[in-house]
Design a protein around this ligand. Structure first.
Ligand SMILES: *Cc1c(COP(=O)(O)O)cnc(C)c1O
Length: 367
């Protein structure tokens, strides 16, 4: 492996393959896997992740927005892409790039059908989303009749799947609530299939759902965070490998005298002689300002170096007193799940937010 010489997010495709196979091993042979690659592949690189998973035989992809799907098509991805949260303003583009919309309410459904009629589409693949308790997006159970009646009069589209999303699949204290969501989804699916006779795929589980409710895997599961190495459960996370590692270098070392301050607003004042290292990564790169003043840390030559003072836009300073290191040395912000989880806890966040925060300015490299 070449030496790190600047701030990079290193993507480990073998780790991705491992996670994909591990999650697949929890599924029945016939259950399909959809990989969620929204938000730049959870902050990594959606095109690299999607193209690699396509080669491994992945069935489906999902993104949140139309423009994310367009980027994947432009990067050569050819398997079906579900757009979880499209807006009508983008329907023409969505169709142009063969993206498959999730239609989640009357307004979006009827607008899509008008677009499909205008373009004289035939059996264009769509997905219908139902709300079973998350109360975020989706038709309600009592709208099945309206939806199916509308669809029976619309040969322009064909329903490839109906799906729903769990609100608390990672929380074992909410088992009853989750079971209710699963039961409602089954009822909705049954009523739907009674009206629409061709076979339609069903899916409801995210990563934690796969771990905790494998009996509800239906025809497909939608894995996001697990593919990137996190499972919202320490035992399961141990079985996964981190895909994206954030690394940087020491730009400059400073010897701070007792009483001198470091950084903006003089947020840190040395009470003893202190050695600091300046690292070329800041809040504009996704290192939240909340990590300042010791709430975050980096690792240098195996030792933890806490962030001193405020995180700047393009850099941050860490305390390297007692750490054997020099300018140009490698700095690890995170390269394992424990560190990401620890950083998340320190600022009352979750792994999802830490990894998706890494901004596009940070160079992505494949390990
Ligand atoms: C983001 C998302 C997922 C993936 O969830 P993970 O917890 O990351 O596995 C699945 N389904 C929907 C609808 C989502 O929005």
């Amino acid at each position: 492996m070449s030496k790190i010489q600047e701030t990079v997010l290193e993507i480990d495709l073998l780790a991705l393959k491992h996670n994909f196979k591990y999650l697949q091993s929890k599924l029945h042979r016939t259950t399909k896997m959809l990989a969620v690659v929204k938000a730049f592949g959870y902050g990594s690189d959606a095109a690299i992740i999607a193209n690699y998973l396509e080669k491994l035989g992945l069935n489906y992809l999902a993104v949140a927005y139309t423009n994310e799907g367009v980027s994947l098509r432009k990067a050569g991805v050819s398997i079906p892409i579900l757009v979880l949260h499209p807006q009508p303003v983008n329907f023409e583009t969505l169709i142009e790039y063969r993206l498959e919309p999730s239609l989640y309410n009357k307004r979006v459904l009827t607008t899509f059908l008008s677009a499909a009629k205008k373009q004289q589409l035939y059996e264009y693949p769509i997905h219908i989303k139902f709300n079973t308790g998350l109360n975020r997006l989706g038709f309600l159970a009592n709208e099945v009749d309206f939806v199916t009646k509308t669809l029976l009069e619309a040969p322009q589209v064909k329903v490839h799947s109906i799906f729903s999303h769990l609100a608390a699949s990672e929380d074992c204290n909410e088992k009853e609530f989750t079971q209710q969501q699963i039961t409602s989804f089954k009822k909705i699916a049954k009523a739907f299939q009674q009206k629409i006779k061709y076979p339609i795929m069903l899916h409801q589980l995210n990563t934690s759902g796969v771990v905790n409710y494998p009996e509800a895997q239906f025809d497909m599961v939608r894995c996001g965070i697990g593919l990137y190495g996190f499972a919202n459960d320490p035992l399961e996370t141990n079985k996964l490998k981190i895909v994206a590692s954030l690394k940087s270098v020491i730009s400059q070392i400073h010897y701070i005298e007792k009483g001198a301050s470091v950084g903006y607003n003089k947020a840190f004042t040395a009470t003893v002689p202190t050695i600091t290292a300046t690292i070329p990564i800041g809040h504009a790169d996704g290192i939240h300002r909340a990590f300042g003043n010791g709430n975050g840390f980096v690792t240098i030559n195996g030792k933890k170096a806490p962030i001193v003072g405020n995180v700047c836009m393009d850099m941050l300073m860490v305390d390297i007193t007692g750490i054997d290191c020099g300018e140009g040395d490698e700095v690890v912000i995170f390269s394992n799940q424990e560190t990401v989880n620890e950083l998340a806890e320190n600022i009352n966040s979750i792994s999802y937010e830490i990894v998706t925060a890494i901004s596009q300015r940070v160079k992505r490299i494949v390990k």
